[in-house]
Design a protein around this ligand. Structure first.
Ligand code: FEO
Length: 397
């Protein structure tokens, strides 16, 4: 439950190997997660973050084996979301007068969650808290990804406690980035960014530049989820800058749902056309009703284009696409092209409605899409190939 990071810093968090859903049911966590809490012991002792509420009892039980709770001088609440603050109510019952350092918005969020009047100490960027030979420097990071979010930096050990930023939902016994499979690690990082941080990309870039401007040396980045960046911590900062810049790879993603396989066959024919237009283009297909929505969003994040297909049902489109497009609308992807397609039997509204929704999502939609009456025959599938080819040619450059 604990390990020593430096002479002064001990990880006292919780690995959650079982976690499969996060943010309610909204985010899939195929590989669990961790709630990282850090104890900093100098002449004075600070606890940075706690854990999610279901683990509060275990957390405190173990924390007591590391430190006498009475010796904790400061609690640092970088972020009030309950996966980090959930241990506070139990902890504060043991140490009710200990000051809780957070932003002004942190006070609002923590009071809103727990309805407690703890000894809040509001901090602003640049404010320092002496622990003896080391200091904590606070850095507000509003909307990364809540209004209350802040980071803090430990002098002497050169550690950035970055809260959710640079984090990833990955439970592992080895708690450093060089001790886990690098592909799994980066996959979880990009998924986290795509699904949570995309709307705040401009702020991500600005915050990284602001931190760089402080000229503080950086040995470790200790996020509040997943592994600690020990091996080349700047690699994840570089990735964040790349992802924050309207990221796209040489990829197109086709997301569809289907009732009797007509729209699926259209999707596959469009994929063939895209590939004919540009064999270097990676084309991926997902049935929105069967795939993992967060994994599909990650693929959309990677893509320069997305094609969305549904047959018409009840003068609309299938509900799996409704949920998916609402997620995509909220994330606000930029500089991506899109188009709609779908099979129909009589009224045939799905493509028109999907096209309107894709525009609402902020995509550039260069065509009115393509429909196929009833089950697409050879000619209709050839038209889909042509549609894919022409759409693919429009992606060149
Ligand atoms: Fe990991 Fe925004 O909480």
């Amino acid at each position: 439950m604990r390990f020593t990071i430096t002479d002064a810093v001990t990880w006292v968090g919780k690995r959650d190997w079982e976690l499969r859903r996060f943010h309610g049911e909204e985010y899939s966590t195929h590989h669990g997660s961790t709630y990282n809490s850090y104890l900093v012991q100098d002449e004075r002792t600070a606890l940075v973050e706690t854990v999610w509420a279901p683990f509060a009892g275990e957390f405190i039980e173990h924390l007591k084996t590391v430190v006498d709770l009475e010796r904790i001088d400061y609690v640092i609440a970088n972020h009030a979301e309950s996966d980090h603050s959930g241990g506070l109510p139990q902890l504060m019952r043991h140490i009710p007068d200990v000051p809780v350092y957070c932003t002004a918005n942190g006070v609002k969020s923590l009071k809103g969650h727990y309805h407690q009047d703890w000894n809040f100490q509001v901090v602003k960027t640049g404010q320092r808290l002496s622990l003896g030979s080391r200091e904590l420097i606070f850095i507000e990071a509003p909307m990364l990804h809540w209004p209350d979010t802040m980071f803090c930096y430990l002098t002497g050990d050169d550690i950035l406690f970055s809260n959710d930023a640079f984090g990833h939902h990955l439970a592992s016994e080895g708690m450093y980035n060089d001790l886990v499979d690098p592909c799994s690690l980066m996959e979880e990082c990009i998924k986290y960014y795509a699904n949570i941080l995309t709307p705040f990309s401009a702020l991500v870039k600005r915050k990284i530049e602001e931190f760089a401007g402080l000229g503080l040396p950086l040995k470790l980045i200790c996020p509040s989820h997943g592994t600690i960046w020990r091996d080349n911590p700047m690699q994840i900062v570089t990735k964040y800058l790349e992802w924050a810049g309207d990221y796209q790879e040489q990829q197109a993603t086709i997301v569809y749902d289907t009732m009797w396989n007509g729209t699926r066959r259209m999707a596959e024919a469009i994929a063939e056309g895209l590939n004919q237009a540009d064999p270097s283009l990676t084309v991926k297909l997902f049935n929105a009703a069967k795939g993992d929505k967060n994994d599909i969003v990650t693929e959309v994040f990677r893509s320069k284009a997305v094609l969305v297909g549904s047959p018409t049902i009840n003068r609309g489109y299938l509900s799996s696409l409704g949920g998916f497009l609402e997620m995509v609308r909220g994330l606000g992807f930029k500089k991506k092209k899109a188009a709609a397609f779908g099979a129909y039997g009589w009224s045939g509204e799905s493509v028109k409605l999907l096209t309107a929704q894709l525009k609402e999502c902020g995509f550039e939609v260069p065509s009115d899409g393509i429909r196929a009456l009833w089950n697409p025959d050879g000619d209709a599938l050839e038209q889909c190939r042509t549609f894919g080819r022409e759409f693919g040619q429009g992606l060149a450059g």
